[in-house]
Design a protein around this ligand. Sequence first.
Ligand code: DC
Length: 219
Amino acid sequence: MAFNIAVDGPAGAGKSTIARKVAEALSCIYVDTGAMYRAMALFFLREGILPEDEKAISEACDRITVTLSSREGEQQVFLNGENVNGLIRTEEVGIMASRTSVYGRVREKLTQLQREMARTTDLIMDGRDIGTCVLPEAQVKVYLTASVETRGKRRFLELQEKGQECELEKICQDIRQRDMQDMNREISPLRQAEDAVLIDSSDMTIEEVVAEILALVRK
Ligand code: DC
């Protein structure tokens, strides 16, 4: 059986930065499942499908193929053969992903693909439902969180660095909204698995969090 690490937590907790570093240290694959939900969301946006139209979204799922590959150690996401890595990191796509990931057809499709990858490959996978639903047998499970204020500030600085105009209070509001959506949906809501280790990164550096996860792996 392959060695699997599951990392779950709310938006902006630093999951991808940390999972990427852990993968590097362990020479294993990093799978960002949020990117897969984002790729599907991009398809729905392009088709002009509304997030509340479950029927249209479920039907559209049959016309979508999401695949992953790696280029220079970076995960690349393909939507029906098109590399969409550069198109899925916008707020619009993130919000659409959060809203459309509530549907059973969307989740089934990606969950199946994620389990398939984890069966044969040593990997660290991050998302919202990895420890609770996708990989309940993962050898190491982490629930990574941070306060809304900390996550908001990190996002604010990130956007400022990119030269994008933003407002801290609005960012915090969006984060609260996304948490609510991800934690309160019916199917596979975001929550800490019973056997997951809780790490609150509010007052920790990236290196400290990475070291804590590596220590869990060694144990
Ligand atoms: O991690 P992210 O912000 O890229 O994820 C975008 C959205 O996708 C998130 O708000 C909820 C959804 N998602 C999910 O439902 N399950 C996952 N395993 C990963 C992401």
